[in-house]
Design a protein around this ligand. Structure first.
Ligand code: CA
Length: 221
């Protein structure tokens, strides 16, 4: 699924772009309204309202004039949403800063479902993944090792599922906190370590989760 991200602030667009890519979305980033209007039509548009060259609301109206592509508007403040929604610029949903990647993905899936897109449905129903002796079923939220189901707490499941998106790759603590807990990460936390320890204990030898000192964690292939 192709996402057109229209955002001039790199502190928003950098983590959002990498977050969306981790979830398998193809992201095209543009930083101006003019570039947004010139870009090829994506499957969904994420549109910041405060753009350097033109009002994001006009970008929204202009896109809507020629296309029914789902548009999720990014506003700077919660209380702007009512004002902006009342203007009926043709946006499908709104999200206010700051937000997490998971929240954005939930909005994208919701607008894609409403738009009746099969792409959105496919993106949310991947087949079970095999990781050595472990079978990970994201749809049923069940996981088994050597054919025996392992009971996981919801965040334990989310953490394992996230690490399993790129086996062998190192995920930083910040990435994992943001992806699993949907939080901006401001300092040391034990939450992640507690959940990693729980996964190691529950899976024993079936799962090798390596601590990469000073960086984060890696699920070994
Ligand atoms: Ca902006």
């Amino acid at each position: 699924m192709r996402v057109l991200l229209v955002e001039d602030d790199p502190s928003i667009s950098d983590p959002l772009t990498s977050g969306l890519r981790r979830y398998g979305y193809e992201v095209q980033l543009v930083t101006t309204g003019a570039d947004a209007l010139a870009a090829p039509l994506p499957d969904v548009v994420l549109l910041d309202l405060g753009l350097p060259d033109m009002d994001g609301l006009d970008v929204c109206r202009e896109i809507r004039r020629s296309s029914s592509v789902p548009i999720v508007v990014i506003t700077a403040r919660d209380d702007e949403i009512d004002t902006v929604a009342g203007l009926e610029v043709g946006a499908d949903d709104y999200v206010s800063k700051p937000f997490g990647v998971r929240e954005i993905i939930a909005r994208i899936r919701a607008v894609m479902r409403r738009a009746g897109s099969s792409t959105g449905a496919e993106a949310s129903t991947p087949p079970p993944q095999q990781l050595g002796p472990i079978t990970l079923d994201r749809v049923a939220r069940r996981v088994s090792a050597h054919g025996v189901e392992v009971a996981l707490a919801p965040k334990e499941f989310d953490l394992l599922a996230h690490l399993a998106e790129s086996p062998g790759a190192v995920f930083t603590r910040e990435q994992l906190m943001e992806a699993v807990w949907d939080e901006h990460w401001f300092g040391p936390t034990r939450t992640l370590d507690v959940h990693v320890a729980a996964l190691r204990q529950k899976f024993g030898n079936a799962l090798v989760l390596t601590t990469v000192r000073g960086v984060g964690f890696r699920l070994e292939v």
